[in-house]
Design a protein around this ligand. Structure first.
Ligand code: AMP
Length: 138
C-alpha cells in the first residue's frame, strides 16, 4: 500500500489539530473545512477503502463516531451535519486512507452540497439485485 499523508499524521510525523485518539482511531480537524468544526475520523489501520477495513477497526470507528458527532454539535452549536466517507478517486476520495468526514451544516451555503440524481427503482430489477446481494453476503 502506498504511503499517505494520514499515515504520517498517525505517526506524528506531520502535525494535525487532534480532536480524539485511542488505540485504533484518530480524529482531527480537516485542513480545508467545508464549515466550522469539519472533522476527519480515521482508523489507524492503513486501509484504502471501507470494504478493505477489518471488522475490528470498523467497530472501533463505529463506537466513537456518534460521540465525536456529539462533541462537534456541542462545540459548534450546529445540530445538522453530514457524515461522508468517499471510496476511490472516481468517488471523490483524494487521500487513499479510510476517513469519515463529519461536516456541520449551519446553513444552505456552508457545509456539504450534495447532487442526488435519483430515479425510481424498477421492482423486478430490485428483487433480483437484492437476492444477488444476499447471496454475496451469505
Ligand atoms: P477526501 O476527498 O474524502 O479524500 O477528503 C480528503 C480530505 O482530507 C479533504 O477534505 C482535505 O481537506 C483533507 N486533508 C488533506 N490533507 C490534510 C491534512 N494534512 N490535515 C487535515 N486534513 C487534510
Amino acid at each position: 500500500m502506498s504511503e499517505t499523508i494520514f499515515g504520517k499524521i498517525i505517526r506524528g510525523e506531520i502535525p494535525c489539530h487532534k480532536v480524539y485518539e485511542d488505540d485504533q482511531v484518530l480524529a482531527f480537524l480537516d485542513i480545508n473545512p467545508l464549515s466550522k468544526g469539519h472533522t476527519l475520523v480515521i482508523p489507524k489501520e492503513p486501509a484504502q477503502t471501507l470494504d478493505a477495513l477489518s471488522e475490528e477497526s470498523a467497530a472501533a470507528l463505529g463506537r466513537v463516531l456518534p460521540r465525536i458527532c456529539r462533541a462537534v454539535i456541542a462545540v459548534t452549536g450546529v445540530k445538522e451535519y453530514n457524515v461522508l466517507e468517499n471510496n476511490g478517486t472516481g468517488a471523490h476520495q483524494a487521500i487513499a486512507h479510510v476517513h469519515f468526514h463529519i461536516i456541520p451544516k449551519p446553513n444552505r451555503s456552508e457545509g456539504l452540497g450534495i447532487g442526488w440524481p435519483m430515479h425510481a427503482l424498477d421492482h423486478q430489477e430490485g428483487a433480483e439485485l437484492a437476492a444477488r446481494l444476499r447471496t454475496a453476503l451469505a
